[in-house]
Design a protein around this ligand. Structure first.
Ligand code: UD1
Ligand code: UDP
Length: 357
């Protein structure tokens, strides 16, 4: 059997791995490397436990730091493992620093590289994730796009070989857990909210958290939201709020700030929300899947179809745009399910089985 090294490091990558790993393990020897980019229990271990992801074979324990230090440390530590394991292929997910660092190591060791969630673009190189996407897609051998847009973007870059629209692996997981997610009504009473009558919020983009004016603008919206708000707070955002002294902006009777929550609970809360307020790529497309509208706090998104169909409204960190969008929310009639039917992981595995033969 061929050997695959799956490299993950951040919350959304654990979730993507939870979908893909069981399929890969039917046909390959899979070894998992956790870079340690995310390390808090509720940002990492809790997903491995809840989603039954196999324990990583290696943890690089890199932790937080400046981006080049972080990526350089990941590369040095990953190099040792690659020399030892000699995998036939490395699989990377999305667009984090862990993704790009692993892509460079694969290239330097001439190991075939599979990119899950390939081809997406935000067309703004000031966004760290955009450069991670560009690095990874320049080096990949197998491109697993979640949508036709990914295929088109790669074609525009002159990349045509081994490009596949397989759908999104996160949809696989949503389909798999659909019953559990939709029927978990007791969760709403724990949070003291009613179906369709609250907002689910997340925020963690560097552009929104590291600029205290933008952060203040986003937080200032909270006071004017006419519904209960559940704000699942990323540690980066909590730190930024503390550094800027904005804690008081969260003290509102209708706002519940909670630590990062588990996957199934967050899905249930998205599913029953009136709308989501987010700059998370994952939450953007999950809300679309649940047919819940989203107001996007970032200025760019790679999930352009969700905007075109009217499910998400791109406001950026702009108070008046956000409040106007909330006032005029209206569910669109079109929903194309452009992210596939939930069999992306199977398709990826079949293609790799053939391609690595
Ligand atoms: C990273 C990814 C982003 C992804 C997000 C998912 C990059 C450039 N960014 O952003 O694309 O959307 O993960 O959540 O790779 N921290 C903790 N505990 C943790 C992890 C982080 O306290 O377990 C804090 C640290 O202060 C750290 C900060 O969060 O400095 C940022 O973490 P980092 O992994 O650098 O970036 P994210 O914002 O999490
Ligand atoms: N998520 C979660 N708990 C939370 C917030 C988000 O499980 O408290 C899930 C979310 O539903 C999605 C994934 O984490 O599946 C997205 O991760 P994140 O927002 O950190 O990163 P992004 O998708 O923006 O890269």
């Amino acid at each position: 059997m061929k050997k695959i090294l799956s490299v993950v490091g951040a919350r959304p990558q654990f979730i993507k791995l939870a979908a893909l790993s069981p399929e890969l393990r039917r046909c390959f020897i899979e070894k998992i490397v956790h870079t340690g980019q995310h390390y808090d229990v509720d940002m990492s271990q809790s997903f491995f436990d809840e989603l039954h992801i196999p324990k990583p074979d290696y943890n690089l324990e890199v932790g937080s730091g400046k981006p080049c230090w972080q990526m350089g440390t990941m590369m040095m530590r990953l190099e040792e493992i690659v020399e030892k394991e000699k995998p036939d292929c490395m699989v990377v997910f999305g667009d984090t620093n862990s993704t790009a660092a692993a892509a460079i190591v694969a290239a330097r060791y001439s190991i075939r590289l599979a990119h899950v969630e390939a081809g997406l673009r935000e067309f703004d190189k000031s966004i760290p994730e955009e450069t991670n996407k560009l690095i990874t897609d320049s080096l990949a051998d197998f491109y697993f796009c979640p949508s036709e847009t990914g295929v088109k973007n790669l074609r525009d870059m002159g990349i045509h070989n081994q490009v596949y629209n397989v759908g999104d692996v996160m949809i696989d997981l949503l389909v798999h857990y659909r019953e559990k997610i939709n029927k978990n009504d007791t969760l709403l009473s724990i949070y003291g909210v009613e179906k369709g009558n609250y907002v689910f919020m997340t925020c963690h983009r560097a552009a929104n958290t590291d600029d205290s004016e933008k952060l203040r603008e986003i937080l200032s919206v909270l006071a004017d939201i006419p519904l209960e708000v559940i704000f699942a707070m990323h540690p980066r955002t909590m730190r930024a709020i503390e550094l800027s002294g904005f804690e008081k902006m969260l003290v509102l009777p209708h706002v519940k700030v909670v630590p990062p929550m588990g996957y199934l609970d967050s899905q249930t809360l998205i599913h029953h929300a009136s709308f989501v307020l987010t700059d998370s790529g994952g939450v953007t497309k999950e809300a679309y899947f649940h047919r819940v509208q989203g107001i996007l706090l970032d200025t760019q998104t790679e999930w352009v179809e969700t905007i075109e169909e009217g499910w998400n409204i791109q406001c950026g960190p702009n108070r008046s745009k956000i409040l106007k969008a909330i006032e005029h929310l209206q569910k669109p009639s079109k929903h194309s399910d452009f992210l596939g039917e939930g069999n992306a992981s199977k398709k990826i595995t079949e293609i790799l089985l053939e391609g690595l033969r």
